[in-house]
Design a protein around this ligand. Structure first.
Ligand code: AKG
Ligand code: FE2
Length: 327
């Protein structure tokens, strides 16, 4: 029996039509979801299912390559967190055993003349691209997917701004030259032998502004409810799971939540190995943007809870804390 869906499912269709009433209605639904859960689903998002399917197909093709081939694009070769990270590279819940997932990280593909690269900005530079013959269409399709989801990210930030009684374009000044990350994820079948507490993806919050996640049909994602109980966030075909990251929690002075979540590895069924694929898009803001409590989110009785933070420094620090040191 499919797990029941208890997180809100919000239809963006009306908000995308330009109708002011629909826009505000959608913004209010998102504001309620952000306050209550920090997680919600969106449908009617306008991203073509064919593009999503093609991106999953490429991901399957890449992860099916032999380990020694995938390692040609090992993330540690890039020096800027781009490329293939094998099982064991990351521990999203530090102190627990390493996550049982592998992934491929893509960011904004910046050449040597890019202003941020010239300035020596951490984690900014070129992507690593798998050979076109091995994974045909990888670059073109992932770039098309990134562009489509980026647009959706801007739309959602506009709705979040409206829900906070700010101008719709309030967040655009933080998005002049941003550093979004597209991450293809693969969770192999849960091995027979695991360390105590070892799962697909350890409990963590996301670090940036927003995450837009597309999952396949396997399930396994869980979200920590306000009452301290884990609730399932099962796949809903064609819908994105959207969640807020740490920067949104800080902007809103903790009115909105950057919620802990985790993923269980697929167990397999009827003697068949299970697998899970997901595509995460981290809609990150400008590296040098400073994030502090927004107007309307603090006052004399409730001053800012956190000091201002640099978006990029926060993310670099979180990578440092969650990357397993090479043996
Ligand atoms: O694979 C998933 O469903 C979630 C992955 C995730 O939470 C992350 O990469 O931050
Ligand atoms: Fe996450």
């Amino acid at each position: 029996m499919p797990a029941p869906v208890s997180l809100p499912v919000i239809d963006l269709t009306g908000s995308r039509s330009g109708d002011a009433a629909a826009l505000h209605d959608c913004a209010a639904q998102i504001a309620a979801a952000c306050r209550e859960h920090g997680f919600f689903y969106v449908r009617g998002h306008g991203i073509a299912q064919g593009l999503i399917d093609d991106t999953f197909a490429l991901s399957r093709r890449f992860f099916a390559l032999p380990e020694d081939v995938k390692t040609r694009w090992h993330i540690d070769r890039s020096g800027i967190q781009r490329g293939f990270d094998p099982v064991g590279w990351q521990v999203l819940d530090p102190g627990k055993p390493a996550d049982l997932k592998e992934s491929f990280y893509l960011g904004v593909d910046r050449g040597p003349d890019d202003a941020l690269v010239r300035a020596g900005t951490p984690q900014q530079g070129p992507n690593q691209w798998p050979d076109e013959q091995l994974v045909p269409g990888f670059k073109a399709t992932t770039q098309a997917y990134e562009a489509a989801v980026r647009q959706l990210g801007h739309h959602l930030m506009g709705l979040i701004a409206l829900g906070l009684k700010l101008p719709r374009d309030h967040f655009e000044s933080y998005l002049r030259d941003p550093m979004p990350i597209l991450r293809l994820l693969h969770y192999p079948t849960q091995p027979a032998q695991v360390h105590d507490g070892q799962i697909g993806c350890g409990a963590h919050t996301d670090w940036g502004a927003l995450t837009l996640l597309m999952q396949d049909g396997a399930g396994g994602l869980e979200v920590l409810g306000a009452d301290g109980r884990w609730i399932a966030a099962p796949p809903i075909a064609g819908s994105y799971v959207v969640n807020l990251g740490d920067l949104m929690q800080r902007w809103t002075n903790d009115r909105y939540r950057s919620t802990l979540h985790r993923v269980h590895s697929p167990a397999g069924r009827d003697g068949q190995a299970g697998e899970r694929y997901s595509i995460a898009y981290f809609f990150e803001i400008d590296y040098h943007a400073r994030v502090s409590a927004l107007p309307g989110c603090f006052d004399a009785d409730d001053p800012p809870h956190h000091p201002p933070i640099s978006a990029g420094d926060h993310i670099v620090e979180m990578y440092r804390r969650t990357t397993v040191a090479p043996a």
